[in-house]
Every structure is written in structure tokens, then in C-alpha cells.
Design a protein around this ligand. Structure first.
Ligand code: DX5
Ligand code: ZN
Length: 227
């Protein structure tokens, strides 16, 4: 079944506990950490993640858009995140980092910006619990979905099947009721949605709608039939 992870980047930062409550029933809460170096925007850090982890039972999916994730990622596990995504473009030693995250008890995930190909990382995939394919340039919510990322999603799904991996494939950026089916058909099974959820009148209902659309679209997809 498709997993929907609302991104709190589009939520009201002064009311994060309520905003988490507003998407009850979501699989994960997506937390975008930006350092104004890796991306041209600044959001939140470890103290906010710690507080949010105490304030909600929804597990936290921390997306680190920061320099030097090798240094910082383990501290986000200690802060209470259940899944940590680092960017391969920023990591000095992605294998060592993924192993450290797993050893500390969280799911390890690696993200690729739109311009970063998947092929060089084929051998590294067994070290990961999730791969994130960015469908916008990271940094801001509310951007238009990049259709040109669909072939990369498809090729990644093929690699997952080829190696028979239990790897979740996440997409992030511009995911909405009009784009989620394309992502699901191509092979994604974890969907981040910021503006499409928090911009809706009823965010919890928006999550249910997105999940239904993704489930329907993936049922007949080639990659889902094999499971
Ligand atoms: C963008 C962030 C996303 C963002 C998505 O850099 O990584 O998680 O919140 O927002 P939408 O769904 O509005 O594109
Ligand atoms: Zn994100």
C-alpha cells in the first residue's frame, strides 16, 4: 500500500503539534531540514525535531537538505526521527553514514537531486531502506512537479526488482492529486506532499485521497504485479 508523508514545510510552524494532529492517519510526518548552504533556504533543526517527536505518535521522516550530513544525521536519530534521508551530493561517505543511521536504530535513506543519476549508486542500494528521488529542486515547497524525473523513477524501480530489494522508493516535490498517479505508475511507493495536504481544507482527507489515487495507479503497474 502507498504511504503518504505530509511535509510540515507547508504547515504553520507556530502550531506544529496541531498540524501533526491534522494529518492523523498519515504514515510518516516529513520534516524538511534546510541549512541555507546545501539549499538556499533555512528551516528547522534538532531542537524542533526533538519537540515534535515528543508531540506526535506519527513517526518522523527527516529529510536533511544540509551540508555535512555525516556529522549531523546521527544526532537526528537521537532526536527521535524514525527515518533519516541524507543527500548523496552532500555525504562524504554514504555507506558509512547509512550503516551508522541503521546501527542507531533508524531507517537509512538517500536522496538524489534532479540532476543526480541513480546508476552510479546501484551497488549501494542494499545499504538503504529508502531512496528519495527529488521531483523538484530541493529548497522550497509549492514548486511544479518535474515530469522529466519519471524515467529515473522507472529505472530505479527496475534496479530494486533486479536485486530483489526491500527498498522503499520515495518521491518529493510537486506531488498532488494530479501528479501522484504518474509517480505510482513509474514505481514510487512513498509520497511526500506538502502544499497538496496542508493547502487543502481537510488535510487528513487529502492524505486519504492521495493514498487512494496512488494505490489504484500502482495496482496494475508492472512493478507491483511482481509482488
Ligand atoms: C522541497 C522539500 C519538500 C517540500 C515539498 O525541497 O523537500 O519536502 O515540502 O512541498 P510540495 O509538496 O509543496 O512540493
Ligand atoms: Zn522534503
Amino acid at each position: 500500500m502507498a504511504q503518504i508523508n505530509p511535509s510540515i514545510l507547508s504547515a504553520d510552524f507556530a502550531r506544529l503539534a496541531d498540524e501533526a494532529e491534522a494529518v492523523r492517519g498519515s504514515d510518516w510526518l516529513h520534516v524538511d531540514v534546510m541549512d541555507n548552504h546545501f539549499v538556499p533556504n533555512l528551516t528547522l533543526g534538532i531542537p524542533v525535531v526533538e519537540s515534535l517527536a515528543r508531540a506526535t505518535d506519527i513517526p518522523l521522516d527527516c529529510h536533511l537538505m544540509i551540508e555535512d550530513p555525516d556529522r549531523w544525521a546521527p544526532q537526528y536519530v537521537e532526536a527521535g526521527a524514525g527515518s533519516i534521508t541524507f543527500h548523496v551530493e552532500a555525504a562524504a561517505a554514504p555507506v558509512r553514514l547509512a550503516r551508522e543511521i541503521r546501527a542507531k536504530g533508524a531507517r537509512a535513506s538517500m536522496a538524489l537531486k534532479p540532476g543526480t543519476p541513480i546508476e552510479p549508486y546501484e551497488d549501494l542500494l542494499p545499504e538503504l531502506d529508502m531512496l528519495l528521488i527529488m521531483t523538484v529542486e530541493p529548497g522550497f515547497g509549492g514548486q511544479a512537479f518535474l515530469d522529466i524525473m519519471l524515467p529515473k523513477i522507472r529505472r530505479t524501480r527496475e534496479l530494486i526488482a533486479k536485486h530483489d530489494l526491500e527498498l522503499w522508493l520515495q518521491v518529493d516535490g510537486g506531488v498532488s492529486a494530479t501528479t501522484i498517479e504518474r509517480c505510482a505508475e513509474a514505481g514510487a511507493d512513498v509520497f511526500v506532499a506538502g502544499s497538496a495536504v496542508y493547502g487543502a481544507e481537510d488535510p487528513a482527507q487529502a492524505v486519504r485521497n492521495l493514498r487512494e489515487l496512488a494505490d489504484k495507479a500502482s495496482v496494475d503497474a508492472w512493478w507491483a504485479c511482481e509482488h
